[in-house]
Design a protein around this ligand. Structure first.
Ligand SMILES: [Zn+2]
Length: 198
């Protein structure tokens, strides 16, 4: 049986989201039909606004409504440390810990030769530029504990260290292959405290 066009389209849209297969998409689509009209309108507006009203911070690459982002604008933060993450959502995770008060830099990916992702495809140049002008004394590399995350950390360390800036890597608290996103706050805190010089 063919679904009517409007619901078929909705199922198709849900299936474009990560981790959502046909079954879940169908369930969500039918759920949406029964939702309160205002909630559906809010949902549609939120989808459009999230893309239209958010930009990447021109300094750190974080998602933000205003440029520079609130973290880069906050002069009370420790300007001597920059913590490097793969994605903007990792900043939210680190901030959840409430123990880190330095600055951030978002790479928007990692080096991955298999996917054809080289140094020019991620935001490394932006970081090197910051290091020339800023007062940064330490760069903490918090890429995920995946082979690509490790390779990216090593690559960056080789670029940054000659400038006389200390480069550290999050400690073992994070298990191999794990994403920062899924680490609990205590594990993250230990990983930051126990960071090791590269
Ligand atoms: Zn920023």
């Amino acid at each position: 049986m063919q679904y009517p066009e409007p619901i078929a389209k909705l199922i198709e849209s849900y299936m474009k989201l990560p981790g959502i297969g046909n079954k879940t998409a169908t369930r969500l689509a039918f759920y949406t039909i029964d939702m309160h009209k205002d909630d559906v309108t809010d949902f549609a507006k939120a989808l459009i606004s999230a893309q239209r009203d958010l930009h990447y911070c021109s300094i750190c690459g974080n998602i933000t409504e205003e440029d520079p982002c609130a973290i880069c604008q906050d002069k009370s933060r420790d300007q001597s440390v920059i913590l490097v993450v793969e994605e903007p959502k990792d900043i939210m995770t680190m901030e959840g810990m409430r123990e880190y008060h330095g600055l951030y830099h978002v790479l928007h990916g990692v080096l991955s030769p298999i996917d054809g992702k080289g140094p020019e495809d991620i935001n490394i140049a932006g970081l090197l530029k910051r290091l020339q002008n800023d007062q940064a004394k330490e760069v903490i590399i918090a890429t995920n504990a995946t082979p690509e995350g490790e390779a990216t950390a090593t690559y960056m360390s080789r670029l940054i260290k000659p400038a006389g800036i200390k480069v550290t890597r999050l400690a073992h608290g994070l298990s191999v292959g794990s994403d920062i996103e899924y680490a609990d706050e205590m594990t993250l805190l230990k990983a930051v405290e126990g960071r090791q010089e590269m």
